[in-house]
Design a protein around this ligand. Structure first.
Ligand code: NAG
Ligand code: NAG
Length: 800
């Protein structure tokens, strides 16, 4: 096919050449493709020019060209044009679509020249190429669809159909290719974003742009397009959880990390940099918690008190630099710690309770409060043991302190009750309160005397009003209930109300003597004193007080014998024949006092003849101490002093007349002189008158006395009928024991009995009494001071 076509074209060109040759010069044109092998035939120039080979030879035909390179050579022998050098149209003509070699063939002899034009036609020997084999783009993922990106054009050295005809872009996920035909026939290549990019999905995209030409075979060139997707802040931070939970113990130290919240942002760089913050509007949360801006650690900056808030809800915001945010909740549960002591509130209390309060009397009501919860808030209360109280628990932490046993103010007047409360936390906290309770008095104790009975002594002859003694009673109660008054209980002593003996001072218990006591009348007595307190009703007790009266030597001895009668003179007879030691008589005396005060001693005070008689110191016996002689006077007068042993001692004297004679007449004659004793002469006249009066008086009373005596004797004889006791010779009325104590009477009787029964001398006294006794009316005058005197006169002389 090619050959006929080429032949025909040659013919056309030959024709034209001939036409021109005919005018000026002959012109031949050929057309060959580029890149023909060396020696390839370009055209049969001899034929085409109508020249013979000989001519060419002779004419030394040669090619003339201005170009340095000769692509075509002339073969004179063959009369053809051959390719001398490789012809590259692209080198020869670059882009020019019509590319031709122009040269002349010159002949000599005759000179002739012919213009030859060799047209070089293009063959597809170049593929499209890109100047750079990689193009880089940085496109933000936020780029919108329709964004255009200009791409490098491909270059194909070939021309025409062999030039770049089309482009292709692969893959076409995000971009499409758009070609614009330029006026110069070139195409502008653009890449258009069709689907938005997502850096988070694909950070780098590689595309291949292929340029193809229209040659046969088709050739292509490629270029790599690398797109780096730039981040846009198109992603908000996202928390890993919408809600976080954490617990924190109250009182945790500042800085304790409670929880960590985490948000992530898939964006890059600053778009992915997250800042945390707390957004709670309530201040309390922001005062207590803070969140670390960078790492989301939520930590404490304030005190956590379970008792104030048990939960916190913290709103945490995460934001990236681009201002996108997410939020989450952090719920913090506060755990209780045993940090509150139990509080003891006294709702009501009595400070005083009566000692007779009944059991279960409520003293104090207490309310316990512990702000902690659970075990930490479970409180138990106790009081110390060994108290008469118990703590009763009622519902809801109310306690009442009630009495548990009987109270006794006298044992304990005050209680300090310590109430201690403990919670059950670990460690347990406690608190305590001390209640002071006074026990008020009730009159439940009677006064008690210090002793079960009292004995007191008082010396007789006291001054009335003298305080003898003090009784004392104590009352264990208090104040008025313990105010003791002393009261003398009514009783009688010897028929006389005791109040006439003693009085008791109500306040002090001092016992006063109301009268002067006489030991000889009353030796002791007793009475009761009552002690009564001031309570209502009053309580009392009593005690026996015995008062013993002590003797004083207030009585002188009393001489019972010889009787100092008023009317007669008595003399003891001592026969002249009496031996030494002859018992003349015995002075009998008593002392109504007692003890030492009644211990009598006898002494001879005066005697007519001291050498003849002696008196027994203890027994009062008067005995002769030598043989009586005839020279001794008949009339002997002895003065015996009887002294008691009291301090000071008291004494009495008695005159004993002794007649030393063998017969009565002798005595009588002598004794008439007795009356003439010098010491009585002075009063003789007075005594004579008195004697007469006495005798007259005696005469009148004698009748009465005799009758009385008769009756008395008769009685006495009846009483003593079977007794050997002799008749008591004298019994002074004063000695009668009106009190019935009998003390004196015993002593007296004893003396008398001893005197009459147990001694020889006494028997004599009994027998000789009537015989030897001589009475003298005047003798009574011997001791005018004698207390016996008046009584003797009144009573008469029983013995007579
Ligand atoms: C009770 O306490 C008070 C004050 O501490 C104290 O004076 C008093 O003696 C206490 N009483 C008793 C019975 O312990
Ligand atoms: C005196 O006390 C005794 C008990 O010590 C009592 O039996 C008697 O009744 C009391 N007498 C009077 C008069 O109160």
């Amino acid at each position: 096919m090619e050959m006929p076509d080429r032949t025909m074209r040659r013919q056309v060109l030959l024709f034209i050449s001939i036409l021109s040759l005919a005018s000026v010069l002959c012109q031949v044109s050929y057309s060959i493709p580029e890149e023909m092998a060396k020696g390839s035939l370009v055209g049969n120039i001899a034929q085409d020019l109508g020249l013979e080979i000989k001519r060419l030879m002779s004419g030394k035909a040669k090619i003339y060209t201005r170009n340095t390179d000769e692509y075509i050579e002339l073969s004179r022998e063959r009369g053809v044009l051959l390719v001398k050098e490789r012809i590259d149209r692209e080198v020869l003509c670059t882009e020019t679509a019509l590319c031709a070699l122009h040269f002349q063939i010159i002949l000599e002899n005759p000179m002739e020249f012919y213009t030859v034009t060799v047209q070089i036609t293009d063959i597809n020997d170049n593929s499209p190429t890109f100047e750079i084999n990689e193009m880089k783009f940085k496109i933000s993922e936020s780029a919108i669809s329709g964004a255009k990106f200009v791409l490098e054009r491909a270059v194909d050295l070939d021309v025409g159909i062999n030039g770049v005809q089309n482009y292709e872009l692969k893959p076409t996920d995000n971009f499409a290719l758009k070609l614009h035909n330029n006026a110069d026939g070139n195409k502008n290549v653009e890449m258009v974003l069709q689907k938005p990019l997502d850096r988070e999905n694909q950070e780098q995209i590689s595309l291949v742009l292929t340029a193809v030409d229209g040659g046969e075979p088709q050739m292509s060139g490629t270029m790599l397009i690398v797109i780096t997707v730039l981040d846009a802040n198109d992603n908000a931070p996202v928390f890993t959880q919408p809600t976080y939970k954490a617990t924190v113990t109250e009182n945790s130290p500042k800085g304790t990390v409670v929880a960590t919240v985490t948000a992530s942002d898939v964006d890059q760089g600053s778009n992915g940099e997250i800042t945390y913050s707390i957004t709670n509007t309530l201040e309390n949360v922001r005062k207590v918690f803070e969140v670390n801006k960078e790492n989301g650690e939520v930590s404490l900056i304030g005190n956590i008190d379970f008792e104030k808030s048990r939960h916190f809800q913290i709103n945490v915001l995460a934001s990236d630099d681009g201002g996108l945010t997410d939020s989450c909740k952090l719920i913090v549960d506060v755990q209780d710690e045993n940090d509150n002591k139990p509080e003891i509130n006294i709702m009501s209390k009595s400070t005083v309770i009566s000692e007779d309060a009944e059991l279960n009397t409520v003293v104090t009501m207490i309310n316990i409060e512990d702000k902690d919860t659970g075990e930490n808030g479970n409180v138990k209360c106790f009081i110390s043991e060994n108290l008469p109280f118990i703590l009763k628990s009622s519902t809801n932490n109310f306690y009442s302190l009630v009495t548990d046993s009987e109270l006794d103010r006298e044992r304990a007047s005050e209680y300090n009750i310590t109430v201690s409360c403990f919670d059950e936390g670990v460690p347990s906290l406690s608190s305590s309160v001390t209640l002071t309770l006074q026990i008020s008095d009730v009159n439940d104790n009677a006064p008690v005397f210090e002793r079960s009975s009292y004995e007191a002594y008082i010396v007789e002859n006291n001054t009335p009003g003298l305080s003898i003694f003090t009784v004392k009673a104590r009352d264990a109660d208090w104040n008025q209930n313990a105010r003791v008054s002393y009261i003398l209980e009514d009783s009688s002593v010897n028929g006389v109300p005791v109040s006439s003996y003693v009085s008791v001072s109500a306040d002090s218990g001092v016992i006063h003597a109301v009268r002067s006591f006489d030991y000889e009348q009353i030796k002791d007595f007793h009475f009761r004193v009552k002690a009564q307190d001031g309570g209502s009703p009053p309580l009392s007790s009593n005690v026996t007080v015995k008062i013993l009266i002590q003797d004083q030597n207030d009585n002188p001895p009393q001489v019972l014998y010889p009787v100092q009668t008023g009317g007669s003179l008595v003399a003891e007879m001592v026969p002249r024949s009496a031996d030494v030691g002859y018992l003349v008589t015995k002075v009998v005396a008593v002392d109504v006092d007692s003890g030492q005060n009644a211990w009598l001693s006898y002494k001879l005070q005066k005697a007519t003849d001291r050498a003849l008689f002696e008196v027994g110191l203890q027994n009062g016996e008067i005995r002769t101490i030598r043989q009586v002689t005839d020279k001794d006077a008949v009339k002997q007068r002895l003065t015996v002093i009887v002294e008691d042993n009291g301090q000071p001692s008291r004494s009495a004297t008695v005159i004993v007349n002794v007649a030393v004679a063998d017969s009565f007449p002798e005595v009588l004659s002598e004794f008439t002189d007795f009356t003439h004793d010098k010491e009585y002469n002075d009063n003789l006249t007075f005594y004579l008158v008195l004697s007469l009066a006495v005798v007259s008086f005696l005469f009148i009373t004698c009748l009465v006395v005799i009758i009385s005596v008769k009756i008395y004797r008769w009685r006495q004889s009846r009483i003593l009928y079977h007794s050997n006791l002799p008749v008591i010779p004298y019994y002074p009325p004063r000695y009668s024991d009106t009190l019935g104590t009998g003390t004196l009477q015993h002593v007296y009787n004893y003396e008398v009995c001893r005197t009459t029964d147990s001694r020889k001398s006494d028997c004599k006294f009994g027998r000789a009494g009537s015989q030897n006794r001589i009475q003298s009316e005047k003798n009574i005058l011997d001791d005018p001071d004698s207390p016996l005197e008046v009584r003797l006169n009144k009573q008469g002389i029983k013995q007579l």
